[in-house]
Design a protein around this ligand. Structure first.
Ligand SMILES: [Zn+2]
Length: 276
């Protein structure tokens, strides 16, 4: 009897271990980063709401959707929980930052340091966009009301996806094909929901910062502005979900329907990216 049992165990154990390792492989960690903090709140919308609040609301729903799907994920911060910027995280960055730069920007750099520490398989930073100052329509007291009419005529607001590739950062070069693959999966999901890519980046003055990779899908390489993505040791994207200074787009982005659809689209994209 004992002999039989151990024989069965010897047969089953390798299959069990194989299944376990397969599970581990198909559930790599995705780090979701809600951009900014209440102190460094990002852009301000045409309804006078801070970008960080839009980011937090969207990430809260993404978190619920990923939990429903039993997906392995980690949030760099939540509305209630500030970012962990402990000094030990600095060693997980690719950029060798001096003390002054780390102290000044640790709320930013610690996001990717956390993802590197956890050996994540994918990093996604969630933001909402503004536009160049000359396109803004402001009230007499300086509050943003909307974008100018000529902006509405010339450009369309929508989503943007950034990935980073820089020859000085071998990890970014190595992960570039996978970053682009994820960006394309997600962009196609956005477009199937009727979302359009933002079209105004092309006129930004410092074109060294913005290189379009796939204009119809709204995917850009940002060389110098995205310090976070450059330090990633895994495929990484930064998504601008919409344009919060455009009254029409702001209404869409704030709607419950959009937040739910975005969260499902992102979760499905993660599943597709990891081959599920
Ligand atoms: Zn932002």
């Amino acid at each position: 009897m004992m002999k039989n049992n151990s024989h069965i165990l010897a047969n089953i154990l390798p299959i069990f271990l194989l299944a376990l390792s397969a599970c581990a492989q198909i559930h790599p960690l995705t780090v979701i980063d809600a951009g900014h903090t209440p102190a460094e709140y990002g852009a301000v919308s045409c309804t006078n709401k801070m970008e960080v609040d839009y980011n937090d609301d969207l990430v809260a729903e993404i978190s619920s959707e990923l939990t429903r799907r039993n997906r392995n994920f980690f949030l760099t911060r939540t509305k209630c929980e500030n970012i962990n910027h402990a000094d030990y995280l600095r060693k997980y960055l690719i950029d060798p930052l001096d003390d002054a730069i780390w102290q000044k920007h640790k709320d930013l750099y610690s996001r990717i340091a956390l993802a590197n520490e956890k050996q994540a398989g994918l990093f996604i930073s969630i933001h909402h966009d503004s536009v160049q100052e000359h396109h803004l329509l402001r009230s007499k007291d300086g509050k943003i009301i909307d974008v100018q009419d000529d902006f509405k005529r010339k450009f369309g607001p929508g989503y943007t996806i950034y990935i980073a590739s820089d020859p000085k950062y071998p990890d970014s070069e190595q992960n570039y094909p996978d970053s682009l693959r994820f960006a394309r999966i997600f962009a196609e999901k956005m477009q199937s929901l009727g979302r359009k890519p933002s079209t105004y980046h092309e006129e930004k003055p410092d074109q060294n910062n913005y290189q379009s990779i796939d204009l119809p899908l709204g995917i850009y390489n940002s060389k110098s502005i995205l310090a976070v993505l450059r330090n990633a040791k895994m495929p990484a994207v930064l998504i601008e979900a919409g344009v919060i200074v455009d009254s029409q787009d702001e209404a869409v982005i704030s709607s419950r329907a959009f937040i739910d659809q975005f969260a499902v689209a992102l979760a499905e994209s993660i599943d597709a990216f990891f081959g599920q």
